[in-house]
Ligand binder design. Structure first.
Ligand code: SF4
Ligand code: SF4
Length: 444
């Protein structure tokens, strides 16, 4: 199979896929689950339970009221002990529902919790979207955009392709890789269901060539599914970026500030396809996900299937505990992930991995003056000038960052990774994007 990739920029960080051969293991239920309300892009759902309420596994506990929002369900059977604030992975206190777990799952009515493969496809477009909405499915590749909204195309728009992201280009992370190996049939069914909802005839699954077992397995499965194909991609970061994947798979370019549907594409992720399958065929809401727990000093780098709301500390414990020389705990991978202030925070719908960095790799090197080498510009997959944007952001010149298209930055970190002067470009870019976004919104 000829390998494809995106055209502009990119870097090659060390892969360190330490948990690639670790099968997905179910983590036991903890004594308490803390379920933050704001787990999706858009407005958080409104709680519909209160202290003292008994809840069953999969029962609706917070309802989405805004257009861009997602329902939330009890990840286990138990009692609501409080609706209060809790620290999230970013260190902020946000509203959450605390559930004392009874220890045994009693499932809410209508949910099929078994692992049997259901191959039914005779659902209408509206039925699929309604079930995905009810189940609170969000994009599990990291964006957490509500999936039912993505499946409802804007008026006048038509999709030619559904592109499925099986790239997992972040170093260390392997949850999607394991899912592709262990749940390929279910992923195929989920893709077929999304194809019905989007009324598209073609779906392409993009997988980087460092996962030949997943490529071979999915390609064999795809033979039984008309319209679905698998494309091997060159290993190049950030191959999994939405715009980079579209360029690599169908050679279309999404214009600045526009969405993939402008070029006839909808992009989803293998984990989301699996969740759509469970939502539609089994009425199963998004109450659990696969999370990689990894790091160079860790005894057992692992992939766990965990309920939403489980403390990160329980995952680290199950992976052998914190190594002695631990420096930082990162939520996500080393390129785009963010350092956590404490492991006593819950797993959320968007948690793809927990990375423990050894002390010697955790501290940043002293930044030096920019030597105008332009390496950051060369590797930027969005064609931006990172050194300029970082400088303007530092000077708080947000009209200028807007003009220089900072909102196109996908925060991939390739510029910072390559900078020989150790300038924290990504920090400035994130801050600049945030402030520029505020400026744009305030104008409306
Ligand atoms: S973080 Fe932004 S500016 Fe830096 S390389 Fe990625 S897209 Fe370009
Ligand atoms: S890579 Fe670093 S040193 Fe080189 S131009 Fe960019 S910011 Fe300056």
């Amino acid at each position: 199979m000829k390998l494809k990739t995106f055209a502009l920029g990119g870097v090659h960080p060390e892969e360190h896929k330490l948990s690639a051969n670790a099968p997905i293991v179910n983590l036991p239920l903890p004594a308490q689950l803390v379920v933050p309300l704001g787990q999706n892009l858009g407005a958080p759902p409104k709680p519909i339970v209160k202290k003292g309420d008994e809840v069953k596994t999969g029962q609706l506990i917070a309802r989405a009221e805004a257009f861009i929002s997602a329902n939330l369900h009890a990840p286990a059977t138990g009692k609501v002990v409080k609706v209060d604030e809790a620290t999230d992975t970013s260190g902020y206190r946000r509203p959450a529902i605390y559930i004392e777990v009874s220890g045994e799952d009693k499932w809410a009515e209508g949910i099929n919790p078994t692992n049997e493969l259901v191959t039914r496809l005779d659902y209408s477009r509206d039925e699929i979207i309604a079930k995905v909405k009810e189940a609170g499915i969000v994009g599990l590749g990291g964006a957490t955009f509500p999936t039912h909204v993505k499946l409802m195309l804007p008026p006048g728009k038509k999709a030619d392709y559904l592109l499925i992201n099986g790239v997992e280009c972040e170093p260390y992370l392997t949850s999607d890789h394991r899912l592709m190996l262990e749940k390929a049939q279910e992923i195929m069914q989920g893709i077929r269901l999304m194809m019905i909802a989007l009324e598209v005839k073609r779906a392409i699954i993009g997988v980087e060539n460092n996962k030949p077992d997943a490529i071979a397995h999915l390609a064999a499965m795809a033979l039984a599914h008309p319209g679905i194909s698998v494309q091997a991609l060159k290993v190049k970061y950030p191959q999994g970026g939405e715009k980079q994947l579209i360029k690599a798979l169908v050679n279309r370019e999404v214009p600045s500030g526009k969405l993939p549907i402008e070029v006839g594409c909808v992009v989803s992720n293998v984990g989301t396809a699996f969740a759509v399958y469970e939502a539609v065929t089994k009425n199963k809401p998004l109450i659990e996900r696969v999370v990689t727990v990894t790091g160079l000093g860790l005894t057992k780098p692992s992939n766990f299937l965990v309920r939403i709301g489980t403390p990160v500390s329980a995952l680290i414990q199950a992976a052998g505990g914190m190594p002695e020389n631990s420096g930082k705990i990162i939520n996500g991978g080393p390129m785009m992930g963010k350092a956590m202030t404490t492991p006593e925070v819950p797993v959320v719908k968007g948690s793809s991995g927990i990375l423990i960095m050894p002390r010697e790799l955790s501290s940043r090197k002293e930044p030096q003056a920019c030597i105008r080498c332009s390496k950051c510009t060369t590797v930027c997959p969005m064609g931006l000038e990172p050194y300029l944007l970082a400088r303007l952001s530092k000077l708080e010149r947000y009209e200028d960052t807007e003009r220089e298209q900072i909102m196109d930055c996908i925060e991939c970190g390739s510029c910072q990774f390559t900078c020989p002067s150790n300038i924290p470009l990504l920090d400035y870019l994130r801050l600049g994007k945030f402030r520029t976004g505020q400026l744009i919104r305030n104008r409306k």
